[in-house]
Ligand binder design. Sequence first.
Ligand SMILES: [Mg+2]
Length: 344
Amino acid sequence: MKLSYTSYRVQCTHPFGISRSTHDHYDVVYVYLEQDGILGRGEAAPSGRYNEYASDIIGVLDNGIVLPESMDDPIAFSEKVLPQCKGIKALEVAFSMAILDWWCQKEGMPLYQYLGADPSKAPKTSFTISIGDMDLIPEKVKEGALFHILKVKIGMGMEKDKAIMNAIRQETDQLIRVDANEGWDLDTGIEMCEWLADRNVEFVEQPFKSINLKDTAELRKKSPLPLIADENSLNSGDIPGIEGVFDGINIKLMKCGSLIEGLKMVKMARERDMQIMLGCMIESSVGITAAAHLSPLVDYADLDGNLLINNDPYRGVLVEDGKLVLPRGNGLGVSLNSIEEKLI
Ligand SMILES: [Mg+2]
């Protein structure tokens, strides 16, 4: 098995703003595993929120990863490789994707089949309106017109958040999910949830800082809208502690570190009757397609990271009438979209 890797800078169509940061690009790292003429691909889209950076990922890879001799069992292979990633979840999941992409191609099956997911049950995805220049809102809403659901980033304080929502509501009556990205305090949360409930909003994601579960529990008692954990739901270990505090979880592969861990989170949330959303970072079609293979197993998809960039080098999952359409090829089913010398 041959390992290669390269970094790549994805460029945002509009500066991508959330309550705590704005970026016009992100650096991702592609990991490739090749053997017997089969190429497995994975993507790491590290998030600074979790102290993960592409430069650190390249450092770990440059130091060398020891690959097992053969891949007879993808789980056993993963168990030898992932612990070498120095705890960087984005790199772990890049390997998880590449290993399963390679394995499923070898076995002649799409990844969704390996994961036990029915592609006809893939959900609709939301399209994100990030925080930024208010004058851009009409243009951003127009870009999201083909989607049935918008995800609106807020968390800037009551006045600004209401101004953002009012500006969007002037343009569209589409269903909206809001994400405060830890930006509110309790009073703001209580008033905003009441206010948003009258404006065709489906749920609120991560109202408060992840350390503030006490206020989250308090808000949940008063909020007419369900609360979904994101920064409070990194991996399966977080789920027991937020049961009863949030109504649901947002699973992101870049946070949880493997497709198998993602499956475990789905199972644990189902056992607890919690709602499940599948989200993403700003990433290209390799990472988004990997997540999309899990999407038939969840309630809500927010898999639009590849749609918010203008230089996606890969093509995989598509969106038709707002719904995710999984590629039917074996493995991830992704292919190179543009000729980039360093990419394979
Ligand atoms: Mg979020």
